[in-house]
Ligand binder design. Sequence first.
Ligand code: SF4
Length: 207
Amino acid sequence: MSAFNPQHRTSTAGQITIALYRIGQAIEYLLRHRGQANHLSPAQIQALIFLRYARPEVRTIGGLAQRLGVTYATTSNIADALQAKGLIARRPLPEDQRVITLHLTPQGVTRVGEVEDVLDEIEAAVTELAPTDQAALQRASQAIVRRLQQRGYIQVYEMCWGCQFFRPNAHPETPHLPHHCTFVDAPLAESNTYLECPDFVPTEERR
Ligand code: SF4
């Protein structure tokens, strides 16, 4: 029976499913509302936040398309609109001039600061829960996200700490690049370990 059918909400799974749907609606509303106040679409807000926190190598039209779950053409239009507003710039990657990367301009960085607290309402609602409820919700929501990721519905970006490929302090001889990623087999600067990466795999999970 469909989760939208009120009769289905006699089951726990049905009630939780429709609650998750409503949370999704609230997030859509918050993004839309914040966007109207800042002359940005919800997708443009998400693109700016992506460019603020994603690993530099994935800040491309392709990386953004994957993150937003939309086509390359749609992403290109989003980037054009943000560039026309002076919030982002396109630049070739120094190592490979054929790869065009997207960068926040100083105005773009300022604008991210004005919109990135858009999920504070959601976090405030979670913070009001008892610690035991928060722990149970954390476990359950992570399990749901993992399943959705495995089925290909979402792409999860996370930072290095907690990733199975991360080797902290593997290079004590080079303080500017002290850590190591075994996925790309390259050393990592401390600041890069706090950026979001699409290749993240939690330590408890195997590929
Ligand atoms: S694969 Fe893991 S360790 Fe490597 S950069 Fe991505 S998050 Fe960091």
